[in-house]
Design a protein around this ligand. Structure first.
Ligand SMILES: [Zn+2]
Ligand SMILES: [Zn+2]
Length: 140
């Protein structure tokens, strides 16, 4: 059984029906190395599945997010980006407000902040794929 079969089995066990649309949407996100928007997913799927409407894409994205298969982040410009996260290293991003450049950030960078918030505030943060805005070295 490969990784994908395992994934589909896990989905089925949680009681979700894997409609062809849902599988195609998940596939598009999986095969993307970086981030992708709902519109980009829609236009990729609509080539082979013309009856797919954008609201189905959004509903499926909500479902995949609840199942912890994808992460959702706003990386600027008011656009929400999605990324497949199974088997991928957790990471955050630095986003330049001026040129739009995004830089990957290892999760260890924010770990001291997580510890501090837990110790000082008793607050357990849920840092999952954050976007931190500012200016990149080039634009400074
Ligand atoms: Zn990312
Ligand atoms: Zn910049």
């Amino acid at each position: 059984m490969d990784q994908l079969d395992e994934l589909y089995t896990a989905l089925r066990e949680t009681g979700y029906r894997l409609t062809p649309q849902r599988m195609m949407i998940l596939d598009v996100i999986r095969h993307r190395t970086g981030h992708i928007t709902a519109e980009q997913i829609h236009s990729a799927v609509v080539d082979t599945y013309p009856y797919l409407d954008i609201s189905t894409v959004y509903r499926t994205l909500e479902l995949l997010k609840d199942l912890h298969l994808i992460s959702e982040t706003k990386l600027g410009g008011g656009v929400t980006q999605y990324e497949y996260k199974v088997g991928k290293k957790p990471h955050h991003h630095l986003v330049c407000r001026k040129c739009g450049e995004t830089i990957s950030l290892g999760v260890q960078v924010l770990q001291p902040v997580e510890h501090l918030l837990l110790e000082e505030y008793g607050f357990q943060v849920d840092f999952d794929h954050l976007a931190i805005f500012g200016r990149c070295a080039h634009c400074l």
